[in-house]
Write a protein that binds this ligand. Structure first.
Ligand code: ADP
Ligand code: ZN
Length: 750
């Protein structure tokens, strides 16, 4: 058997994902590896497949007891002999497992790091050929990280005591340089193959919402997704309990988890969630480490978390099966205060010096600020996340709220100039609240106390309110024209870039959500539907969805009979693939992604029976559009192609008397295949027109002015007045029918 046979036979998958193959080959060659992959990328297969192909046993060190159980259950389901050894077993059970292990019964043994130094375990290790030692959650070995576990250092001593050094493979989702170096160094990896796969999780939809009443938002959301499983994270235990009570009173089936509950209740609630008895979990961040539930369809943050690291890790618990899932952060300015309070009252670690503790606090403050900007940015959220993790994303992913929501752009260069002048006047001694209040000309006791009325800038932006001024300041912070001091006062500072504004070389555009009569949630969910066809209800037609529901019920029934979490039997993704392939024979069933031989033996017949019963054995088409082959991961992993138009699409274009370029872009985007193709923007069309020398741009008093050339006028471009939300009029570029044709032609040509 080779690695492909193993993948097909035990896991039922056709192909490896990016990176998996490279790591597997290295391990099989006897090379150490370090795999850095985000949650859900498929780390387990990376070490499990070599483990099956190597002659001896593979030990997997994992800090998470619940995860071990889950993994071992999943392996056993797939027909692979595996066991775990940790404190949840009695001494008697441990001895028994080790006795069996010596006889070569298990290929893979999960073990908690504390176990490694026990006499019994060492005896076993010395009698057995250990081909590989895999360290899961390897960042726990680094003192730099937040999750340092001293017991991880025992791994090093353990390896030293073995007669023959096994191949060592380490895996983590934490990618910072320090942590990476620590892992290689402390574990003593020998010329390891280090592989960092992209952090992007394409199946996750990201959004930041600012509802008036968060509780109402959550209740609605849960009701609208009543068949889905989700997690709601709150900042404090008190919040968890409150939300839990409120939802219970509304008869929503929820459970909860935080460190203030008894161990017994936590265990019970966690199981209720994992086994889909209760679909919704409300929890503090104490919940989730080691939860491998693959069918979590949404993660809502009721409060803003303290850092992007935390956010991405927690949000990343959604959609591990690769199916579409949503990550929504409910932001309110109060969250910043709660978090600042938590940071300030965090227990200082006595092992550190005063200076080190100050450094840690400053780092925490900085992280909190970066998190806050995430909540306020109007740019692509995915791009923001990837940039934070030192990766480059597309400017527009098409699968986050900012990429699909309608914005209007306002030029705020003039106001930006006034803000910069003001900060300089007060010699950079105040934070955002004082500066905004001062510019708006507020008359508060605090402001009087500081004597800000005496400065020329006082009231120089009185036509705006404080909230609007803060929005502009935030935009300046995002563009790095301003920064703040690293302490808790966060005094606003002007950077070197700011002169570009004063000198009229740069302008600042503020993107704001368009306000329409339509309810925002309604609108964004409608847009979401248009934007991406990767949720079940978009892939499957109504007959298909009904079959999916039937298969899901069957899965729940089997799960109940066998005492297993449903997702261990088959993932949601596998069920969707069944609805697409409609398998009624063994051969067809084995072609479904996620159905290996062992699973087929156990459950294949029952699922085929359900399919037969529903379809009468006729191959009906239960999905929209063309065939989507999950085995190839096509829908989620394919890179989107640049915007283009076919002739037929161009013919469908709704020509009108006049369009702004942004409106034109919007109409064009409606014609495209949103799953495979990137959007085109008004700015891109403008650039194309520039290339054709139809238009040019000029900067006047820091304002951008669009100018139409002879050629452009000829082509049907014209300037006309447009009224901004605030009621001021300004000129913008329009195109008539003729120009619209020309632009479509231009796009079709390249
Ligand atoms: P991680 O440990 O990196 O968070 P997992 O190992 O739990 O991720 O894998 C996440 C999901 O992806 C699992 O449901 C797994 O079965 C699935 N998966 C892994 N590799 C493949 C593959 N090559 N093809 C299809 N699905 C895969
Ligand atoms: Zn985006």
């Amino acid at each position: 058997m080779d690695k492909y046979d193993v993948l097909k036979k035990y896991y039922g998958y056709q192909d490896f994902r990016k990176g998996q193959e490279i790591l597997i080959d290295s391990m099989l060659k006897g090379q150490d590896v370090l795999g850095i992959m985000p949650t859900g990328a498929g780390k387990s297969i990376c070490y499990q497949i070599p483990a099956l192909l190597m002659p001896g046993v593979t030990l997997v060190i994992s800090p998470l007891i619940s995860l071990m159980k889950d993994q071992v259950q999943a392996l056993n389901q797939a027909g692979i002999h595996a066991a775990y050894i940790n404190s949840s077993l009695s001494e008697f059970q441990i001895s028994k497992a080790l006795r069996l292990a010596v006889t070569g019964r298990y290929k893979i043994i999960y073990v908690a790091p504390e176990r490694l130094e026990t006499y019994e375990f060492l005896q076993f290790a010395k009698q057995t050929k250990i081909s590989m030692l895999t360290v899961d959650e390897a960042h726990c070995i680094s003192q730099w990280g937040q999750d340092f576990r001293p017991s991880y250092l025992k791994i090093v001593q353990f390896i030293r005591q073995l007669e023959e050094r096994p191949v060592i493979s380490a895996f983590t989702a934490t990618a910072t340089e320090n942590v990476k170096e620590d892992i290689v160094c402390v574990l003593g990896l020998r010329t390891p193959r280090v592989l960092v796969t992209g952090f992007d999780r394409k199946n996750l939809y990201f959004a930041v919402e600012t509802p008036q009443r968060k509780e109402g938002y959550v209740t609605n959301y849960i009701r609208e997704h009543e068949a889905d499983s989700g997690i709601i994270y709150c900042a404090t235990r008190k919040n968890v309990d409150k939300l839990y009570d409120q939802l219970q009173q509304k008869n929503v089936a929820v459970t909860r988890y935080h460190a203030g509950l008894s161990g017994e209740e936590r265990k019970q609630n966690q199981e209720d969630f994992i086994y889909d008895n209760k679909l919704v979990m409300i929890a503090t961040n104490a919940f989730g480490m080691g939860i491998d539930k693959s069918n979590v369809r949404y993660v809502i943050h009721y409060n803003m978390p303290q850092s992007m690291e935390n956010y991405y890790q927690e949000a990343g618990r959604a959609g591990r099966d690769g199916e579409r899932a949503e990550c929504i952060l409910l932001y309110s300015p109060q969250d910043v205060m709660i978090n600042r309070f938590l940071i300030e009252n965090k227990e200082q670690n006595n092992g550190y010096t005063q200076e080190e503790n100050t450094a840690i606090r400053e780092r925490d403050e900085e992280r909190l600020r970066t998190m806050t900007y995430y909540c306020m940015t109007t740019g692509c959220l995915r791009e923001y996340i990837l940039r934070y993790f030192d990766e480059r994303g597309d400017k527009s992913c098409g699968n986050c709220i900012n990429c699909i929501r309608e914005f209007e752009e306002t030029d705020v260069t003039e106001a930006a100039g006034k803000i910069i002048t003001c900060i300089r006047e007060v010699r950079q001694r105040y934070g955002i609240n004082v500066i905004a209040g001062m510019l708006a000309g507020e008359d508060r006791a605090k402001l009087r106390e500081y004597g800000v009325m005496a400065y020329p800038s006082y009231g120089s932006l009185h036509e705006l309110n404080e909230g609007e001024i803060k929005q502009i300041i935030n935009q300046l912070l995002t563009e790095k024209l301003l920064t703040t001091t690293g302490d808790k006062y966060a005094l606003l500072q002007v950077t070197g870039l700011a002169d570009e504004i004063i000198d009229g070389k740069r302008n600042v555009i503020l993107k704001r959500m368009k306000k329409t009569g339509e309810d925002r949630n309604e609108r964004s969910s409608r847009q979401k539907k248009n934007s991406s066809k990767t949720r079940n209800s978009d892939i499957l037609n109504s007959r298909g969805l009904e079959l999916f529901e039937r298969l899901r019920k069957l899965r729940a029934k089997i799960a109940g009979e066998e005492g297993l979490p449903p997702y261990i039997i088959f993932s949601d993704r596998t069920l969707v693939d069944m609805c697409i392939k409609v398998p009624v024979s063994k051969e067809e069933m084995l072609r479904v992604s996620g159905v290996g031989e062992n699973k087929y033996e156990r459950y294949g017949e029952r699922f085929m029976e359900a399919v037969r019963e529903y379809t009468g054995g006729i191959h009906e088409k239960f999905f929209f559009g063309e065939m989507i082959d999950f085995a190839e991961d096509r829908v989620i992993s394919e890179k989107k192609t640049e915007f283009s138009l076919t002739e037929e699409q161009a013919e469908q274009f709704p020509y009108a008397d006049r369009y702004l370029l942004t409106e034109l872009a919007e109409k064009l985007n409606e014609l495209r295949d949103a799953v495979r193709m990137k959007k085109i923007s008004g700015a891109e069309i403008f650039r194309k027109l520039q290339d054709e020398e139809c238009v040019s741009e000029m900067f006047q008093k820091g304002m951008r002015k669009k100018i139409i050339s002879e050629k452009g006028l000829e082509a049907g471009l014209f300037l006309d007045l447009r009224r901004s939300k605030k009621g001021t009029e300004y000129e913008d570029l329009y195109c008539d029918r003729k120009a619209q044709r020309k632009i479509l032609d231009m796009i079709r040509r390249n």
